[in-house]
Design a protein around this ligand. Sequence first.
Ligand SMILES: [Cu+2]
Length: 480
Amino acid sequence: MPGDGHPAGAARVGWGGLNGVTRPPVKVPDVTSPRRGPGRTIDDMDTEARPITERRDSPVPSSSLPPSIAALSRRGFLGGAALAGGGLLAAGIAACVPAAGAPTWTFGPQPSPASGQAQPAASAPTASLFAPTSSHDHASTAPSGSGAPSGHDAAALAVVKRFLDGEYGKVQGAGNQPFEPRLDGGVKVFDFTVDKIKHQIDAVQPAVDALGFNGTWPGPRVEVTEGDTVRAIFKNNLDESTGIHFHGQRLPNKMDGVPHITQDPILPGDSFTYEFVAKSTGSHMYHSHHNATDQVGRGLLGAFIVKPKDAAVRYEALYGVTQDIVWISNDTLGGFTINGRGFPATAPIVAKLGDKIVIRFMNEGIMNHPWHLHGMPMHVVARDGWPLGPAAFYCDTLGVNPGERWDVVIDCDEPGAWAFHCHILPHAEGQDGMYGMVTALVVKDAAAAAIETSSGVTPLVAAASAAGSTAYTCRIPGAG
Ligand SMILES: [Cu+2]
């Protein structure tokens, strides 16, 4: 695409020749299955992976399935579901569960350079410190016939320990921070810069060459009130042109931010001012609308929230919400991310028992992401900023398509550390354990608070331990 604003040879994310320009390899996750070799059968895989007594009958005769589907539907799906779906934190930490055999397929990026090794940063507290009720020696309760510990177990445990240790708090440059406007008469003015940035997906991987608003990905969280006049000034510090769209807002056409349709591109060094009255309440976004696959994929995105003028219909009043959480997903540069971070650097949500919280899912990626919460249902109350009213519903898995925003209210009524992840499994877990779109909802009761205070462990470890789970105390059977 000529005139896309990229100088020749500029380092940036590639899109596989989409626009005919040679670029470095794109960091799109690899969803091939290199270890799922041709000609293997379910029986082969079962025999090598599990003792006969643990096999299950296939619901579909393997002979009727193509080898690749058969492999996934049997060993792959069952194994993956056990690990990424049912066997995450609250169920005892996936890494603690002796694998029935190493998964015989692999998906996705390999984010952990220390696969199969202990992470150097992990400094494990002693098991007795927060093991209030029971032994956490899984070796004594493990299913029989599990065999030798797998490389997956060790890698999965190592990455979970990074999460439990609070890696989310050790990575600099968090995005999505509140943005206080300056006032010009009655106008709320937001001064943005559009910049090249170095961005950390987690604490281990090298920083990626990303883009950011005001230096972060996501950009700052903009929150205004219905009826406010908003003036957003964007200074383009890139060496390519751009344009910014306020996604979901009812706007004057010339403020719609689509270069070559409603405005000229914002050239390098130039600024553009968007001014409008915030009319559309609820959860919205702002993002690049120019060379957008590339620019949004590299981080030019942020949350734009319009609170209803009538305080009686805000979430605090309607549902007693005490935490308002923005959750922007992306799936290009750096793999699968939540607010610009991949597991184990994703931030857990920490709530007190009885809290009501709202999560605003926003999908700025190019794929659907079905968000699945363990332990508690999600009350889905709004789509794209529009209250669902009597059509509000409950679910535990909510598909969020690109461009969509869904608001859910969660009644945090189950103590513990509950896995919260995208349920497209290759977006969440692979051969080296969990990665990408995984975090946890931590619900602290009084016992968890006491453990956290007395031992100094993270809320994750305290809540899991208080709930009788094995966070941080689990062992890999046979590994000593
Ligand atoms: Cu996903």
